[in-house]
Design a protein around this ligand. Structure first.
Ligand code: CA
Length: 316
């Protein structure tokens, strides 16, 4: 007869179970054939193309894990989040073929979007370079895409100096005519973080820029409302690209590029919920978190929280 050990539990599982508490990580369900749902999630673990040293390839796992820190209940809304998040897993990437990897991300996401399994998507980077592939695949499937980018940086660097790094995704989206400048909104752009040429390039291309001074002076809600109203008239679908370094270094120690003068977490979370309440907002990427330099997973926890805020905005 096999012995039952009453006082032991499987390694790694949370120690305490409360009968009334559902952890947000329990919403994650591995993809199975025939699955359909409100939310899909794909990990895009590419960070070797980062200009600065980055372990952002570890972030998709860290963010999923951080979901276990939260419950599914929004007291502000008086509602539980009940919809599953269908987890497609992480894109398999080559350890050496970096340019091909960017194409692999694109092909993987074309497959996912064509399958039409979910109506909303969370795409977890990786460095910001993954957004080029993600938005390209999304635009091909969804039609004319507008992008709202939270970022300290324009990410409009030229590609001559280093190829398709994490500093270039929006430059490439504009030059390849995947997104037009007038359909790109950048929120949280910071001083002493960008070159003058790239600010001017953005304006020449018709990109809408809200600096951190704009965020401080106008507040996030009017900025988000204005961005949605302008974009919704022109595009079929709106994609949110969230570079976590839009946050001040105090709130996002796990970003490779940290600095002062950034957004506070509450402002970002409010912005994400207001965005997701709009019917045309259906996808969000979260990029530039390096769990190997994070402190107590603070930055991955913010990322997990933004996923829940997005779902809160969509919930009835
Ligand atoms: Ca960026």
């Amino acid at each position: 007869m096999s012995k039952q050990f009453r006082h032991l539990k499987p390694y790694g599982k949370g120690a305490f179970v409360d009968r009334y508490t559902t952890r947000a990580s329990e919403l994650l369900k591995p993809y199975e054939s025939g699955a359909k749902g409100a939310y899909g999630l794909v990990g895009l673990p590419l960070s070797k193309t980062s200009i600065s040293h980055s372990g952002a390839s570890f972030a998709p796992g860290a963010i999923r894990e951080a979901l276990s820190s939260y419950t599914v209940y929004s007291g502000e809304k008086g509602a539980n989040l009940t919809e599953e998040i269908i987890d497609f897993g992480d894109v398999y990437l080559s350890p050496t073929n970096l340019i091909e990897n960017q194409h692999t991300l694109y092909k993987a996401l074309v497959d996912v979007f064509e399958a039409e399994v979910a109506s909303n998507y969370f795409l977890l980077g990786g460095d910001h370079g993954v957004s080029y592939a993600a938005i390209k695949a999304y635009a091909e499937h969804q039609g004319n895409v507008g992008v709202i980018q939270f970022d300290a940086h324009h990410d409009l660097r030229n590609t001559e100096d280093g190829g398709p790094t994490n500093g270039t995704p929006f430059r490439r989206l504009l030059t390849d005519k995947i997104v037009s400048g007038e359909n790109l909104v950048q929120i949280g752009i910071r001083d002493f973080t960008n070159a003058k040429e790239y600010h001017e390039y953005a304006l020449e291309e018709g990109v809408t820029i809200y600096t951190m001074a704009d965020v401080r002076e106008q507040g996030i809600q009017p900025i988000v409302a204005e961005s949605l109203a302008t974009l919704a008239k022109k595009v079929d679908i709106i994609y949110v690209s969230l570079d976590m370094d839009v946050l001040d270094q105090a709130y996002a120690p796990g970003c490779p590029a940290i600095g002062p003068g950034g957004m506070d977490t509450d402002t970002l979370l409010q912005g994400i919920t207001t965005l997701s309440e709009h019917e045309k907002v259906k996808a969000m990427d979260i990029v530039e978190i390096d769990p190997t330099i994070d402190i107590r997973n603070m930055t991955s926890r913010v990322a997990a929280y933004t996923i829940l805020q997005f779902m809160k905005g969509k919930s009835l």
